[in-house]
Design a protein around this ligand. Sequence first.
Ligand code: DQA
Length: 158
Amino acid sequence: MKIVVIHGPNLNMLGIREQNIYGPMKLEEINAQMKAVAEQNKLDIEFFQSNLEGEIVDKIQECLGDADGIIINPAAYSHTSIAIRDAIAAVQIPTIEVHVSNIYRREEFRHKSVTAPVCNGQISGFGPFGYHLAMIGMLQIFNEIQALKEQQKQAQQN
Ligand code: DQA
């Protein structure tokens, strides 16, 4: 099983940008922690960061036939990008949205995510630990899919 992690605009600046909001942890450190969890659970994992909307759309499309799950922080595009929302809806791959900060207790323009409704779930406000929670959430989704497949197989045999 493979997870693709997609980081949107300005997340390459984690550890530098607005530390009072996002904390001191760098993106490389977050990725390293996720990689360790993936290895412990025998999962493949790939990381991608872009500041460009179209590149994020391309990456989501490339997940088709390649990834079993997507963990995405679309960053500012969460609030604006119908293109990223449509790409997530198009590929029909289990997807979890992560926000480092709690977008619901910040400026009003951050309260609405246009991408979250096409995701399985959203994690917001736990700092970088949110990515770890997303890994656990994705493992649960994989287990449920596996259990459903086994049930269907058994039903066919009976
Ligand atoms: C963010 C929240 C967004 O509103 C913001 O534009 C970001 C980061 C977060 O992880 O908290 O760039 O997605």
